[in-house]
Design a protein around this ligand. Structure first.
Ligand code: GLU
Length: 497
């Protein structure tokens, strides 16, 4: 059982697009608040906009939440005492609540069409006035006039009767006191002519019925909050606490959008970002962690440190490089077994597979071989995306060659001669048909350099480029051990021409 004060928070996405990083951060902060306080995290799908809501978006939201590990205590699939959690399945609830407000004279029918409103807006603005969204025209209809229009089959929406005077305010959890003059808060629509509730109305009814204690959402909703508070007031309900988080900007400090790069959770997953790294980075976005804090945290540490008071009230810029850095740090902290699990599908996806003919000691299966490859890579395994290019030479002969490195270190007569010499020495020293350790390769390389009267480096550099295609790699003798003598000889001879 939750303590009586345990918060109930929700993430309430509209399934009209993918799960954007902004939405993911909102979901995460609500989840963190619930988890850090022993509260309840609810997922509610706001799908009353029938034209824009799609099954694909609903699926993408659930997939994104699951990928991030943001499990919900109540919501789709999880169920719960306040369901259903899809607004499209709650229409009778909104109907009953509308009836209550209508019976009490707090909501009224509005017969204005979109064209009527546009025409009146034009008239007001042409006369130099300010159009706030509605002018209260139908508020003054008598019960008889209204009934006559209904009887004539005139389509109508429902609007909330809002006060003309006074102020509506709340103490925001993020930005302190917010205050709006009621005079500028127009009688917005709460139920549309098609009978569907507007976001404003369904959101308030559900937040109340679901016992939501804290509404944490993006500050694009600040302008909705005063109207929602008026709906609470009309029902005689106490509003929850509100916290509006600043929006996420792109690196150029304009609102984050697709032109900045990836913005959907699915895209980050495809880019090889680990869920733990994404959660870590999103938590840091808009959260003042303080000078003492280590920024790289697993989710348990984030839950422990989380506090609403630490939410920044200034917009945060999304930094793709920092996300890559946090991701690399998370990969570094994985155990060898976890790295193996991460790398396996990437290797398999390339169609790469271990071959016993490579003659590598201790590698008697694909997994064992990959584990050893990853061990030589160490912390240079920093991205799932660059992994294939880092390990391609272990798995086949068509690995990428850095042309400049090849030209400098291999494509000279001197280098070619040394590589031919080395191939001969290796063949003579290392019995065929068996695996050889790094130390065995090393002895031959050093002895050959001595025999040629050149520093070992003059042999090692060409050798590395011939075997790996690049000048940087793990220790060359470990590489030789893992490539295995048959392939080492073949590559050296190919390079020697
Ligand atoms: N369905 C709204 C949205 O996706 C929810 C806003 C809220 O949290 O109240 O923006």
């Amino acid at each position: 059982m939750n303590a009586p004060t345990a918060p109930r928070v929700r993430f309430a996405p509209s399934p009209t697009g993918y799960l954007h990083v902004g939405g993911a951060r909102t979901a995460l902060f609500n989840w963190l608040y619930a988890r850090s306080q022993g509260g309840t995290f609810i997922l509610r799908i706001e799908d009353t906009d029938q034209e824009r809501s799609t099954e694909a978006s609903y699926a993408a939201i659930l997939r994104g939440m699951e990928w991030l590990g943001l499990n919900w205590d109540e919501g789709p699939h999880a169920g719960g005492p306040c369901g259903p959690y899809l607004q499209s399945e709650r229409l009778d609830i909104y109907r009953d609540h509308l009836k209550q407000l209508a019976d009490e004279g707090k909501a009224y029918r509005c017969f204005c069409t979109g064209d009527d409103l546009t025409a009146r807006e034009k008239a007001v603005t042409d006369a130099g006035g300010q159009w706030e969204g509605y002018d209260g025209k139908c508020r003054g209809l008598s019960a008889e006039e209204s009934a006559a229009l209904v009887a004539a089959g005139t389509p109508h929406a429902w609007r909330l009767h809002t006060p003309a005077e006074g102020v509506t305010f709340w103490y925001d959890l993020v930005v302190d006191k917010r205050e709006f003059q009621n005079a500028v808060l127009v009688d917005r629509v709460i139920v549309k002519a098609d009978g569907f509730p507007t976001y404003q109305f369904a959101c308030v009814v559900d937040d109340h019925l679901m016992g939501i204690t804290h509404v944490l959402r993006g500050d694009d909703h600040v302008s909705n909050t005063p109207f929602q508070i008026l709906i609470y007031g009309a029902f005689g309900w106490t509003p929850p606490k509100f916290g509006h988080m600043p929006m996420i900007l792109g690196p150029d400090r304009k609102r984050l959008s697709k032109r900045h790069g990836a913005t959907s959770v699915d895209e980050f997953a495809t880019m090889g970002i680990l869920p733990a790294a994404m959660v870590n980075y999103l938590a840091l976005l808009g959260w003042s962690i303080g000078a003492s804090g280590d920024e790289v945290m697993d989710v348990a540490a984030i839950v422990k440190k989380f506090s609403l008071k630490k939410i920044n009230n200034a917009p945060a810029a999304f930094d793709y490089d920092k996300l890559a850095h946090i991701n690399a740090e998370h990969i570094k902290r994985l155990s060898p077994a976890q790295r193996l699990e991460l790398a396996k599908p990437i290797i398999a996806g390339r169609g790469w597979a271990w071959d016993p003919a490579w003659l590598v000691a201790g590698a008697d299966s694909g997994d064992a071989y990959l584990a050893r490859v990853l061990a030589t890579l160490g912390n240079r395994f920093s991205s799932l995306v660059t992994l294939p290019e880092r390990v391609g030479f272990f798995y086949g002969e068509d690995f990428a060659i850095e042309q400049a490195d090849w030209d400098e270190h291999v494509a000279t007569d001197a280098a070619r001669g040394r590589l031919a010499e080395l191939a001969g020495a290796l063949e003579a020293a290392l019995p065929a048909g068996q695996a050889h350790a790094a130390t065995a390769f090393e002895q031959v390389v050093r002895a050959t350099a001595e025999k040629l009267g050149v520093p070992a480096g003059d042999l090692i550099h060409p050798c590395r480029v011939a075997l790996t295609g690049q000048t940087r790699s793990a220790g060359i003798f470990e590489v030789m051990e893992l490539v295995g003598a048959p392939r080492v000889l073949a590559r050296l001879r190919r390079a020697a021409g």
